[in-house]
Design a protein around this ligand. Structure first.
Ligand code: SF4
Length: 386
């Protein structure tokens, strides 16, 4: 079973009004946070020691604010317990407003071989509407610095559907991103509802003080972006993910394929199978405190940093595997997943046939794949398996 490590760094220069991530605009306690990661890891060591990780993802927050020396200490602690495969994918999220050549060089020297740059848009009006503090040229400069530092695998994040954005504006962002020729792109429609917390932007929309493009406009933007990226040689391999051949995100693929992950840090989520050789025995998922202060205080006092935890039986894992697996354009093999989890495939195949009848998917033997329309309605399709 694939296994990866996720570290969350919750500090940002400012809080974007649409963001529901565990992040806060306060000065980062660089060394203290690194020590907390090492302490949390020590408390989880018996469960994970000896496992080899195929990927590490440092997300946030704004990890490119983390002083390289402090990050090095945290990484050393992780490597000591969980060594990485020789060809492991090590990704760090970078903010165009918080990066420079020296930092990128230092991250490269620490073993990071992939950067995910949070561009979101190149358009000044869209960036302002999203509350971002960087500019389009800042994003291009960050990209050039990353290349100069030796990163041969770069991903750009874009958001479409910002207040005031037009369909042409969304396509323009995709075109400008493609011109930089990153190996990977993650492209998300702006989410206002269904988030973990109500954001300031969602509140303004609910009160009628702010308008965002409606569902149809957002769908059209998605279509235009798809045309632009396909024309530029990118292949959509997951609902929001595009890559040049061979550059699909290995860490994210691990999530979509039901792998295990050791989550460390404030707000991080982890998942461990009871027995990695037998997924039918179920597993456990947990999440750490979303408040950095609560997380640090818990770890430093020797208490558990977890704010929730749930036991997942094989039938729960099956629902998740099918629902999340459907995010992948390659689809999900129902019989193979059921065999792995010791479950009867018939009810799932029946639900799959229902999706085919509704024109959302194809079923080839037991391989279920959403088509473009199905990917647009993924949430609806996934509900069929719940
Ligand atoms: S920089 Fe990213 S993590 Fe930080 S507030 Fe903005 S969207 Fe959230």
């Amino acid at each position: 079973m694939a296994f990866g490590v996720y570290i969350h760094f919750p500090y940002c220069l400012s809080k974007c009004p649409y963001c529901d991530f565990a992040s806060q605009a306060t000065a980062a306690p660089h060394d203290r946070y690194a020590q907390a990661i090492a302490r949390e890891l020590a408390s989880r060591e018996p469960e994970w020691r000896g496992r080899r990780a195929a990927s590490l993802y440092l997300g946030g927050g704004t990890p490119s604010l983390w002083e390289p020396a402090a990050l090095a200490a945290a990484l050393e602690a992780v490597r000591e317990v969980v060594p990485f495969d020789g060809d492991a994918e090590l990704t760090l999220e970078a903010n165009p407003g918080a990066c420079d050549a020296a930092r990128f060089g230092a991250y490269r020297a620490l073993g990071f071989n992939r950067l995910s740059i949070g561009v979101q848009s190149f358009n000044e009006a869209s960036l302002k509407a999203l509350g971002r503090k960087h500019s389009g040229p800042d994003a291009e400069r960050a990209f050039a610095l990353a290349r100069e530092a030796g990163f041969a695998n770069l991903s750009l994040d874009l958001i479409y559907g910002a207040p005031g954005q037009s369909v042409e504006g969304a396509r323009g962002d995709a075109a400008r991103a493609a011109r930089l020729a990153p190996e990977h792109l993650s492209v998300y429609g702006l989410m206002i509802e269904g988030l973990e917390i109500e954001t300031p932007m969602a509140r303004e929309v609910r009160r009628g003080r702010l308008e965002v493009p409606d569902d149809e406009a957002q769908w059209l933007m998605g279509e235009e972006i798809r045309a632009e990226l396909e024309g530029a040689g990118y292949r959509r391999y997951e609902i929001s993910s595009w890559a040049k051949p061979g550059f699909e995100s290995r860490h994210n693929s691990m999530y979509w394929l039901g792998g295990e992950y050791l989550g460390l840090g404030c707000g991080a989520v982890g998942f461990a199978l009871e027995d990695p050789r037998d997924p039918s025995k179920g597993g456990r998922r947990w999440g750490n405190h979303r408040s950095a202060t609560r997380y640090l205080e818990a770890v430093e006092s020797g208490a558990s940093p977890e704010s929730w935890s749930e036991r997942l039986e094989a039938r729960d894992l099956l629902r998740e595997r099918l629902a999340i697996g459907l995010r992948r354009v390659a689809g999900v093999d129902i019989e193979a997943v059921c065999a792995e989890l010791g479950q009867d495939p018939e009810p799932s195949l029946r639900a799959a046939r229902g999706l085919v009848e509704r024109g959302l998917a194809t079923l080839d033997g037991s391989l279920l794949r959403l088509n473009d329309r199905g990917l647009d309605f993924h949430t609806e399709a996934a509900v069929s398996f719940v």
